[in-house]
Design a protein around this ligand. Sequence first.
Ligand code: HEC
Length: 136
Amino acid sequence: MLKLGLTIGLLLVGTSTTFAQGDVVAGEALFGQRCQVCHLIGEGATNKVGPQLNGVVGATVARLPDYSYSPALIKANAGDRIWTVTDLRRYMFLPKKLFPGTKMTFWGQRDPVQLSDLVAYLQSFAADGTRIEPAP
Ligand code: HEC
């Protein structure tokens, strides 16, 4: 609870362009509840209903040759669109708003602190599935 209070405090003092550093442990729990039904992440992660998510933050949209993406994401890939933190937040908030026609049918993650936590968790995995130590 103290941790949550601190995170909210950080969010409030932050400017509109910066986000509080998310909590990787909280993000892991959220991933288990909201994402894992369709996505795997970590060493040996394979594609399920959705693509595996190793190293997705900062990577090109639709980066995997062995996953069958929707035309909406393939188009973004053709335009060299990158998964920025901002776009990931927008996608998790409401997938079809960022990429109309995406086949990710997810009801959306609205809480800004939880979005930060999920991004921090995604950021903690390198493209090969190994863990990255968070920046100090
Ligand atoms: C009901 C299944 C489902 C759930 C739940 C779901 N996703 Fe997805 N996700 C998909 C599918 C399917 C795609 C492929 C979208 C496409 O091709 O349009 C996708 C695509 C993605 C991508 C793009 C990956 C890439 O290679 O470009 C990211 C990032 C992502 N999901 C993150 C998440 C996160 C984080 C959560 C939890 C907050 C989540 N998803 C919940 C099914 C799901």
